[in-house]
Design a protein around this ligand. Sequence first.
Ligand code: GLU
Length: 303
Amino acid sequence: MDYQNVIEQVMSTTAPHVGEGAVADYIPGLANVDPKQFGFAIATTHGAVFTAGDVDVPFAIESISKVFALALVLARKDTALWRRVRREPSGTPFNDLIELEVEMGIPRNPYINPGAIVVADQLLQDTGDAVEAMRSLLRAETGNPVLSVDSVIAESELRSGERNRAMAYLMASFGNMRNPVELALDHYFRQCSFSITCAELAKAGLLIARHGLRADGTRLLAREDARHITALMTTCGTYDAAGEFAYEVGLPVKSGVGGGLLAVVPGTCAVAAWGPGLDSKGNSVTGRIALNAFAQATGFSVF
Ligand code: GLU
């Protein structure tokens, strides 16, 4: 595969759309990000990295962290998680409360906010420090020894997190929280606030593309757990647009409201796109166009 040529096609398809969409202003720390930025990176399982655009600008990982949090819990062979969260697409927005009430505090999947709060709560219980567990994983997989939480974003999430707080307390009322709610939320908000670049995100995504093998060659995840993670990315990774992503892109994808998208081609490569402007479902407008162009140019699809 001529990845350099693929990147050029992606960039020329995406260029006319840079700046489209609206930044996530419900988190004040994200509202100030310049929407006229775009980066794209491909990291292959053979160790090559191809990049273009604003690939070295750090952004908030947001919900893409949910993939790594789930990986850390599954790596501990902790099947208790699956009594606390299901594996079905939600079909509703990532911060919906109604479904959670009707379904008695058991979130539909680990990639919508209540599901991710449960995963963070479980990881906190399992490790004593969910943020530290993720920090050390991301530092090792990206090769960036100073990768850190952006404290301004974390503080901003904490202050503006009323809906997340409502979901966590609702789950606690159904007995589905193991730690004090505010403590679990603090870990969840900080996990969402890791500052990462597009190139780093693609490298971190290789953990999944390599079927659970870490950058140093050791195994974090059983091969079947890596498969489970990609299955959930495909069915639940882009909120209530997962059906459209499967139709258009045909790859496991996880998005975040910081404008990042991580796609995985199992056994081959991980792809990161970043454009801060979001569509009405909370997915990056330019990221979606870029992944679509990537899928067209490569013919890669799990279908
Ligand atoms: N920290 C964000 C929130 O909890 C994550 C949402 C997202 O990226 O989808 O609202």
